[in-house]
Write a new protein. Structure first.
Length: 170
C-alpha cells in the first residue's frame, strides 16, 4: 500500500502514478477557502518549494508588515513541518520578504495560511491578488522527547566555550 492509496481522488503531480517510487511522500491535502484561489504549485517538477499566492491585494509601505492571506488551509502530514520561505526574486527585485522567515506551519494547524510579509525597500510596493508571495517547503522533522540534564560534558563538542558567533566570518 502506498501513501496515496488512502486518497484515490487525489491527482498525482506531473502525471506520475501513485506507486511511483520517486513520489513516496504522503500527499499534501489543501482546502480552498475561496473558489478563486490557486492551489500551491511547483514551477518545475523537482523544485522543493510550492508557490503560495496572495488571495488579496495589499499595498506595503516602506517598513510595513502585513499578514497576507492565501485563501488556503493545509494539512501538513504528521512528522512533518511546513516552512514558509521568501521568494528570492521578490526580495531582490521589490524588497519584499517573509518577516519571520521561515514561517512555521505545524502538522496540527488547520487555520488559513497567512504569509507575514515586510517591505524592506524605500518605496511602497503593491502585491496583487494572485501574485506568488512565498514558497512552502514540507520537510520531515524530528520530534524528540525533552530530557533534563544536569551536565552535558559527555556530549561536549569543543564549540560551546567560544560562545555565539565564535567561529568568525572567514
Amino acid at each position: 500500500m502506498t501513501p496515496h492509496d488512502s486518497m484515490p481522488d487525489t491527482p498525482m503531480p506531473d502525471g506520475l502514478a501513485a506507486d511511483d517510487p520517486i513520489r513516496s511522500d504522503p500527499p499534501l491535502r489543501v482546502q480552498r477557502l475561496r473558489d478563486d484561489v490557486v492551489l500551491p504549485t511547483r514551477a518545475h517538477p523537482d523544485d522543493a518549494g510550492l508557490d503560495l499566492r496572495a488571495a488579496e491585494s495589499v499595498d506595503l509601505a516602506p517598513g510595513a508588515r502585513v499578514a497576507v492571506p492565501t485563501g488556503l488551509v493545509v494539512a501538513i502530514p504528521s512528522g512533518s513541518v511546513g516552512l514558509v520561505h521568501p521568494r528570492s526574486g521578490l526580495a531582490l527585485r521589490d524588497g519584499i520578504t517573509v518577516v519571520n522567515a521561515p514561517g512555521t506551519i505545524d502538522a496540527g494547524y488547520r487555520g488559513e495560511v497567512l504569509v507575514a510579509l515586510v517591505n524592506v525597500s524605500d518605496t511602497t510596493v503593491r502585491v496583487r491578488r494572485g501574485d506568488r508571495i512565498a514558497q512552502l517547503l514540507v520537510q520531515s522533522v524530528a520530534l524528540p522527547t525533552v530530557v533534563e540534564a544536569t551536565d552535558l560534558q559527555d556530549q561536549a563538542t569543543g564549540r560551546g566555550a567560544g560562545g555565539f558567533g565564535s567561529t568568525g566570518r572567514a
